[in-house]
Design a protein around this ligand. Structure first.
Ligand code: HEC
Length: 286
């Protein structure tokens, strides 16, 4: 047992002499050792007087000040409900969800109006209904995983096919003659409707969506980037849009991949052909 230092014992004795200790709990310890010990205390384990004296000696504010009221903001903070454990997982889960979403969309350029508008046209024109929202195919062919540019190595051939549809060329071969698995033949899978009523810019945007966003074609080629810039400028009204002119498209297209194409576009008109600008020799040559 620890010894009670002499000075403490003295101090406690002097305090005892002065006044009874304050109400709470102090009364007992303040009592004269040996005199009028409470029965409950007597019955309990014997408490050596020295301990009680020491307890009484512990300096105690005789008249403790009431605790200062806490500032309003502290009280508010204490009252506020604590965030439950499960709620703490929400930010992490949100991040995970965003990541998985980004993975399925495969388009980091979602901010670019070119991607947004072309995607909107693809669904508003009904293409998604037959070819799938993600281009996975359905009634019509699949576009994703490069299927679309396997059929049409150049966007112009694809633009002609969409504008004209497949009924006008039933039984004819179209697209890349060397296509893996055999060249496409119009009508083999049903009927692709024609789209003569949309504008050239709308058509080009749809072609772009099918090739880049759905098909996964790399648009980083300079000629491709120029085409994208051109589509943006027309969509923004900086350059004029034009109605679809199938005759002119056929002059732009390569007869090797497009039935009815002539490939004899006037070099001065070439810049109005849908798709990236092709080299004049390429267009002219077979
Ligand atoms: C009513 C269903 C339907 C709609 C709507 C539709 N297509 Fe098609 N599409 C088809 C079918 C069926 C084929 C195959 C036709 C054939 O066998 O010649 C096809 C073929 C195609 C092809 C040729 C693909 C290849 O690899 O040979 C392209 C490109 C295409 N569609 C684009 C579009 C676009 C763009 C739109 C919207 C503007 C669209 N389709 C709307 C049913 C549809």
């Amino acid at each position: 047992m620890t010894e009670i230092p002499e000075h403490l014992l003295k101090r406690s004795a002097s305090r005892r002499g002065k006044k009874p200790a304050d109400g709470e709990g102090g009364g007992e310890a303040a009592k004269e050792p040996g005199s009028a010990v409470a029965p409950a205390q007597a019955a309990g384990p014997v408490e050596p007087p020295a301990i009680r004296e020491a307890a009484a000696a512990v300096p105690r504010d005789p008249d403790p000040e009431p605790p200062k009221p806490e500032p309003a903001y502290v009280q508010a903070a204490k009252k506020r409900k604590k965030m439950p454990m499960w709620a703490m997982a929400i930010p992490a889960l949100t991040l995970l969800w965003a990541y998985s979403f980004a993975g399925t969309m495969q388009q980091p350029e979602v901010e670019d109006p070119l991607f947004i508008e072309s995607a909107a046209l693809y669904s508003s024109q009904g293409c998604a209904g037959c070819h799938g929202a993600g281009g996975g195919g359905g009634v019509g062919y699949q576009f994703s995983n490069g299927e679309i540019y396997a059929t049409f190595p150049e966007p112009i051939a694809q633009a002609v096919h969409i504008a004209r549809g497949s009924a006008a060329i039933t039984g004819e071969q179209y697209g890349d003659p060397e296509r893996p698995g055999g060249a496409r033949v119009a009508g083999n899978r049903g009927v692709m409707p024609n789209y003569p009523g949309i504008t050239q810019n709308e058509l080009e945007l749809i072609v772009f969506h099918e090739r880049v966003t759905l098909g996964g074609e790399d648009p980083s080629d300079p000629a491709y980037e120029e085409w994208m810039e051109h589509m943006r400028e027309v969509a923004e009204g900086v350059l004029p849009d034009r109605p679809i002119d199938l005759e002119f498209f056929l002059a732009c297209a390569n007869p090797e991949t497009t039935p009815g194409a002539t490939g004899d576009v006037d070099p001065n008109e070439q810049e109005f052909c849908p798709g990236p600008l092709l080299e004049t020799e390429e267009v002219a040559s077979e």
